[in-house]
Design a protein around this ligand. Structure first.
Ligand code: FPP
Length: 278
């Protein structure tokens, strides 16, 4: 049987069972990966280029991006990943043409409406990172409903960065700390972390960027500052499928995370003395 057919059969068998009891997290599909990241963050880039290359309007690229995200959300627990943080709309994205911004807001609202019930059934907990107050009221309400409805789910944690900026996040944290009347000497890294949008989640283990750029673009700048591994792929986000995701996880599996310490290298294998003499 062709490998593709086997894969399809496997995917079918591994589909989440639709019940109120979320199934346990599956091991990575092929069992070959020793280490799987708990928390993967994704800069979903390249929707516009994907559409332009097909002579389609940019909005078609964003719709294809939603479909790609749906696939990754489905694949993540099957690959052993428990948390995804995705960059959907940055504080800088307001500078795009008004028509594109409106189209994106419509798409966010529509996606929450279309997928919320299914995500909830599949045990996905949704969190929002970003400034809610500047969002369109219907989008804001869609996010609040999604967060509330899924708050007890635990199979996959999906953090959606929408109207998110890493610097804005730090500014908001500092404002909250000042408003609490904290003394300067009591400000610590931990205290700042506790006031970020991400205060109740661990830092990302792996940050993936699609579409080939090598930039952080104001994404999780505090959380990824220390020990997140980076992975960039030329694949445009709408083409980023389970296999492309698995390649990123394989690359992570091959990394040595030092966490600032010295990790001893395996010494080179010495040649036998008698072979050197020849
Ligand atoms: C960047 O591609 C992508 C975005 C600004 C939007 C990403 C949004 C989605 C994939 C939809 C997510 C949906 C939900 C509900 C969270 P780009 O437009 O910058 O592409 P380009 O660099 O090729 O122009």
């Amino acid at each position: 049987m062709a490998r593709g057919r086997l894969r399809q059969l496997w995917d079918l068998l591994m589909r989440p069972v639709q019940s109120t009891e979320p199934p346990p997290v599956a091991a990575p599909a092929d069992g070959s990966r020793a280490v799987t990241p708990y928390h993967v963050a994704i800069i979903m880039d390249g929707n516009g280029r994907w559409a332009t290359r097909r002579h389609l309007p940019r909005g078609a690229g964003h719709r294809a991006g939603v479909e790609a995200l749906r696939r990754i959300v489905e694949a993540a627990p099957l690959e052993g990943v428990r948390m995804l943080t995705v960059y959907a709309f940055s504080t800088e994205n307001w500078n795009r043409p008004q028509e594109e911004v409106n189209g994106l807001m419509d798409l966010f609202w529509d996606s929450f409406r279309t997928y919320l019930e299914r995500l909830d059934r599949e045990g996905v907990r949704i969190r929002h990172f970003g400034r809610l107050e500047d969002l369109r009221p219907d989008v804001r309400q869609g996010i609040l409903d999604a967060v509330e409805r899924t708050r007890n789910n635990d199979r996959l944690h999906l953090n959606v960065c929408l109207n998110y900026g890493g610097r804005a996040e730090i500014v908001d944290a500092v404002r909250a700390i000042v408003a609490e009347g904290t003394r300067p000497e009591d400000v610590t890294e931990d205290l700042i972390s506790q006031h970020l949008y991400s205060h109740d989640v661990p830092d990302p283990d792996l940050v993936i960027r699609t579409a080939g750029e090598m930039r952080l673009s104001n994404f999780l700048i505090w959380q990824a500052a220390y020990y997140s591994e980076y992975y960039a792929t030329p694949t445009l986000f709408p083409d980023f499928d389970r296999e492309a995701f698995a390649r990123a996880l394989d690359a992570y599996n091959g990394r040595t995370r030092r966490f600032g310490k010295v990790v001893p290298e395996e010494p080179p294998v010495a040649a036998p003395v008698d072979s050197l003499a020849r």
